[in-house]
Design a protein around this ligand. Structure first.
Ligand SMILES: Nc1ncnc2c1ncn2[C@@H]1O[C@H](COP(=O)(O)OP(=O)(O)O)[C@@H](O)[C@H]1O
Ligand SMILES: [Ca+2]
Length: 498
């Protein structure tokens, strides 16, 4: 054989091999490019924010954290830690304002431990006071200013970035509660519906939702643009209609009517909202020490608060604190306040949750809820105490009243019915974070919810992983094909040589 006459075919010159090689190279370039875009922030660094919720009954400190590079992405902020300040709310320090600031010390020291020291100077700290301080400001503005000065002075002594201590308005409290629950439920960047917010405190209560009807009163309307979507919210805060103030309103009315019936000062207040066998000596000023009611002068300083345990009579007595006669609009909730029909699902948190959860009433229909509550209210006080030895007696004695108040507020006040009762979800947390106004307040003040939608990752994480896996598989298959093709070509060539 003439060796020179044999030509060994170079497999690299075949068009199919050139094509395969090109596909592999392009594939590798695409994979590298996607990895770079997807994993831009390789090291997760966290930032922190602190909000103090100075409520009428107590103060809580919330610490939030979020990945530094993703602060404008919805759902990235989570609650890292909470601390309950010992003692009562800051409005109870009106006679001793210094005590208000001092009461925050333990929780603020805890915040120093929980947040890495190098982040302290850039960590914002905000204090928002709610209805307890609104009432104190109505009663005695100088005292409320002193209490705020005292907490401000205390907060400035920590290494964080102090951003202010103020009384927030009822509209802010409602709107920020709505932002919190919708941020945590990840409703804000989707076209799906939003969740209404129901917050029950000790001194005020808020209702906030996106209505279907026109909002007839300017005071009840709030507009937001979040992540490129416009929201038109209805909100109202009822001062004096938190559960503690509502109890005072209701007892005040009962004292008044007993006085009218007897014409002598009542020595006994027979109360259907408390358990049979409950008997507690109370002072008259303790009922009327609130700007929510006109003071009633009684000669007797004390009276016996005696329980009857009758749910339907209790509801009758509670209805008297809602004025449903005058309504200057097409429709009202109560006290002449405009309210469109409730619409959509609602998250009911704070005392709505504490009370309904304690009584196991969070998942029944309205009729069953009423039956169960009637049975609970008629249970003798002695038995209630025996069954719950570890619950604070003040809370325990008031659950019958509070739950009856909640049902009356929701049904007679806000006009929920047995049909849409199931749309109310009694919630404490969503994920790791408490439902309440504090998270929404911080998101707003740190500009963490932009009006327009921010840039997103190229694709969601799940999609990214699947894409990378399938692409790698494809490249592997191509490589194998090339390999076998090579082997065959080389063998054929060798055979040709032989
Ligand atoms: N475990 C509990 N059981 C019942 N009620 C509770 C519990 N924990 C807190 N509360 C009540 O929740 C309410 C919280 O209100 P708060 O935020 O202090 O007032 P406001 O929001 O009106 O300023 C208070 O009435 C408090 O007594
Ligand atoms: Ca509150």
């Amino acid at each position: 054989m003439d060796e020179q006459g044999v030509k060994v075919k170079n497999p690299w010159h075949r068009p199919v091999v050139i094509f395969l090689a090109a596909v592999i190279i392009v594939g590798i370039i695409i994979m590298v490019a996607i990895s770079v875009v997807q994993n831009k922030p390789l090291h997760q660094k966290y930032k922190y924010g602190i909000v103090l919720d100075a409520g009428s009954s107590h103060t809580s400190v919330f610490i939030y954290e979020w990945p530094a590079e993703k602060e404008n992405n919805t759902g990235m902020v989570r609650q890292k830690h909470t601390c309950n300040v010992q003692g009562k709310g800051i409005s109870s320090y009106s006679a001793n304002p210094q005590g208000a600031g001092a009461s925050l010390q333990l929780c603020m020291e805890e915040a120093k431990q929980k947040i890495p020291a190098h982040r302290h100077p850039e960590t914002p700290v905000y204090l928002g006071a709610t209805a307890g301080m609104r009432l104190l400001r109505m009663e005695n503005e100088e005292a409320s200013d002193k209490v705020l000065d005292s907490v401000a002075h205390s907060l400035k002594s920590y290494p964080f970035s102090y951003q202010g201590a103020r009384i927030i308005s009822g509209q802010e409290e409602g709107a920020f509660g709505w932002i919190t629950v919708n941020y945590l439920s990840k409703n804000l960047r989707k076209p799906t519906g939003t969740l209404g917010a129901l917050d029950l405190g000790g001194a005020s209560t808020q209702i906030t939702f996106v209505p279907q009807q026109n909002i007839e009163s300017y005071d009840n309307s709030i507009d937001f643009r979040l992540y490129g979507n416009d929201y038109h919210l209805y909100t109202h805060s009822f001062l004096c209609y938190g559960q503690d103030q509502a109890l005072k309103l209701s007892m005040g009315k009962k004292l008044e009517s007993t006085l009218k019936a007897d014409e002598t000062d009542p020595t006994e207040l027979r109360d259907p909202c408390f358990h049979p066998g409950y008997n507690f000596t109370r002072t008259v000023p303790n009922v009327f020490n609130t700007p929510c009611m006109k003071e009633m002068k009684l000669a007797n300083e004390t009276f016996f608060h005696v329980g009857l345990g009758n749910w339907s009579q209790c509801q009758q007595s509670i209805r008297k604190v809602f004025n449903t006669i005058n309504c200057p609009y097409s429709r009202c909730s109560f006290n002449g306040v405009f309210q469109p029909s409730v619409y959509g699902d609602f998250g009911a948190f704070s005392a709505f949750f504490f009370v309904m959860d304690f009584l196991n009433l969070t998942s029944d229909n309205l009729a069953t809820t009423k039956q169960k509550l009637a049975a609970y209210c008629s249970t003798p006080w002695k038995k209630i105490v025996e069954n719950h030895p570890n619950i604070k007696e003040k809370y325990l004695s008031e659950y019958c009243f509070s739950a009856t108040y909640i049902l009356t507020l929701l049904e007679d006040g806000y006009k929920f019915t047995s049909n849409n009762w199931k749309d109310i979800r009694f919630i404490k947390k969503i994920g790791d974070s408490d439902a309440g106004w504090t998270l929404g307040y911080m998101l707003n003040l740190t500009n963490m919810i932009p009006a327009e939608a921010p840039d997103t990752s190229l694709m969601p994480y799940g999609g990214y992983v699947t894409f990378m896996f399938l692409f790698s598989l494809l490249i592997l298959v191509l490589l194998l094909l090339v390999y076998f093709y090579f082997r065959r070509s080389t063998r054929t060539a060798q055979k040709d040589i032989i």
